[in-house]
Design a protein around this ligand. Structure first.
Ligand code: ADP
Ligand code: MG
Length: 236
């Protein structure tokens, strides 16, 4: 059975793209036919972090009716399939997010897991990925503003008929001022399914346009991301 996950947070910069790319890469490594699609169509970053920023066809052209989805699929590390959005604003303007559901239907014919990297905020194109995924994973940083935005995203997801799988606490530190797991679970009313430390290796890896799980597989962040992916993939 195909499972579609949307990685969302409400707030920008929490680590949605980082987690989409790294979880997707590991799921592919664990033998799942995995696709990652950049539904952050305005601030498209997946192509940039994987060195696919100059590809000729992206999700933008597909959603503008100018190309088929098969032309916008590229291979990433460990064989993960990547559908980037373009980086031009013109391309964003021409893309119609209403076609996203149809595009998704085509992709899920050929994969085990589809990951949608959601945009920040609650715009129309941000709400669609919350509604069309089987499950939404909320990315939360250990600060109140991030938790509040995640709560809004959770409420919005449920309003549009979506379902939350759980939350991932990203960029955790050992500082006392960090919001606790208990607090996050209490406020959001969802389970925390992973805790990823704040780790400079994440940024270092991005300079090489390579996911941290590939570039620095034994780094603290990579180790925790691998645990979450193993859990999702059902491997020990
Ligand atoms: P979003 O997609 O939610 O806007 P990104 O994935 O682009 O967020 O991450 C924002 C920034 O935070 C990037 O520079 C990324 O390298 C950095 N980052 C993400 N997760 C971590 C982490 N666990 N430790 C350190 N830096 C991180
Ligand atoms: Mg992003």
């Amino acid at each position: 059975m195909v499972v579609t996950y949307t990685i969302a947070s409400g707030k920008g910069g929490t680590g949605k793209t980082t987690l989409s790319v790294n979880l997707g890469t590991m799921l592919a490594h664990y033998g799942k036919e995995t696709y990652i699609m950049d539904t952050d169509m305005g601030m498209a970053n997946i192509g940039i972090v994987l060195g696919l920023e100059n590809v000729p066809v992206t999700l933008h052209e597909v959603l503008a009716g100018k190309a088929s989805i098969s032309e916008a699929i590229y291979e990433g590390p460990f064989g993960v399939k990547v559908i980037p959005s373009g980086i031009s604003l013109q391309g964003f303007q021409n893309a119609d997010p209403e076609h996203l559901h149809d595009v998704m239907k085509e992709i899920i014919q050929q994969c085990d897991i589809l990951i949608l990297d959601a945009p920040a905020g609650i715009s129309r194109d941000g709400v669609i990925p919350l509604a069309i995924a089987d499950e939404v994973i909320l990315v939360v940083n250990p600060e109140i503003s991030s938790m509040v935005d995640a709560l809004k995203t959770k409420i919005l997801t449920e309003l549009v008929g979506g379902k939350i799988k759980g939350a991932i606490l990203n960029r955790a530190t050992l500082e006392k001022t960090d919001i606790s797991i208990h607090k996050i679970e209490e406020v959001l009313g969802v389970k925390v399914i992973g805790i990823i430390p704040d780790d400079p290796n994440v940024r270092r890896a991005s300079a090489y346009k390579t996911p941290v799980v590939v570039k620095y597989p034994n780094s603290p962040a990579a180790v925790e991301i691998k645990k979450i992916a193993a859990e999702i993939a059902g491997v020990d």
